[in-house]
Design a protein around this ligand. Structure first.
Ligand code: FES
Length: 97
């Protein structure tokens, strides 16, 4: 099972990647040779922060509040290094492609 993830970059470019069951968006993008912003890939730095308003996903419990606050999570913000999709998703990436 895999999901189609649309990555909407700030400059208007959209790239699609296929994300396997249990795989993070960051890893799926990397596999597709798309570099998303990241520093730690551990849910600590917040560098990979984006937003997802379409689709279902699990963010797990591993990330720290400094990387993504509960309030940000409630607003649909995500850490792509922690985000494991459970449906097709649209992710806003706040950098140029
Ligand atoms: S890369 Fe550091 S929190 Fe995701």
């Amino acid at each position: 099972m895999s999901y189609n993830i649309a990555l909407n970059f700030e400059d208007g470019v959209t790239r699609f990647v296929s994300c396997n069951e249990g795989e993070t968006v960051l890893d799926a993008a990397y596999r597709a040779q798309i570099n998303l912003p990241m520093d730690c890939s551990d849910g600590v730095c917040g560098t990979c922060k984006g937003a997802c308003h379409q689709g279902d996903f699990d963010m797990g419990e591993e990330y720290i509040d400094e990387a993504l606050s509960d309030e940000e999570a409630d607003q649909g913000m995500v850490l792509t290094c922690q985000m494991v999709p459970s449906s097709d998703c649209v992710v806003e990436v706040p950098v140029a492609s």
